[in-house]
Design a protein. Structure first.
Length: 143
């Protein structure tokens, strides 16, 4: 049995920025019999509903920037990711929500400071952390 870290919204939790979910019954059927461990750094740090954020490359790093206030929201997401993986050191597989600035594995949009799109194949902050640990990581749509 694999231990699978999975974006909580994919399991039906209403933790998206607009307090809705991304329930993916096909994905959940495919993962039947695996140990699913839901996560949502944005819900934990900011609650739902919440203002949207984008990944912005600035000062040599990619940061999660609030679209409402332009505040850097990266630290709480990264702290959540670090704590999550320290609490669950034996994760075999990470499945993130496509295009999420936290959980997108290779589909997150990254902008420059003028909000020009640099790539639509970036990694969200928590997904990048999972990948840095060598955990097999997938966007839900690709898995």
């Amino acid at each position: 049995m694999k231990k699978v870290a999975i974006s909580a919204c994919l399991m039906g939790q209403k933790c998206r920025y607009d307090a809705s979910d991304n329930l993916d019954t096909k994905l959940l059927s495919r993962l039947e019999g695996e140990a699913l461990i839901p996560f949502c750094p944005e819900e934990y740090a900011f609650g739902s509903p919440r203002p949207t954020m984008d990944l912005v490359q600035c000062e040599g790093a990619i940061k999660a920037i609030s679209n409402l206030t332009a505040a850097d929201l990266s630290l709480p997401i990264l702290e959540y990711a670090k704590n999550f993986f320290e609490t669950h050191p034996d994760i075999d597989l990470f499945i993130g929500k496509d295009r999420s600035p936290s959980c997108g594995v290779c589909s997150a949009r990254v902008y420059d400071e003028e909000k020009s799109l640099l790539t639509s194949q970036g990694a969200g902050l928590m997904a990048a952390y999972a990948k840095s640990l060598g955990i097999e990581s997938w966007d839900a749509e690709a898995y």
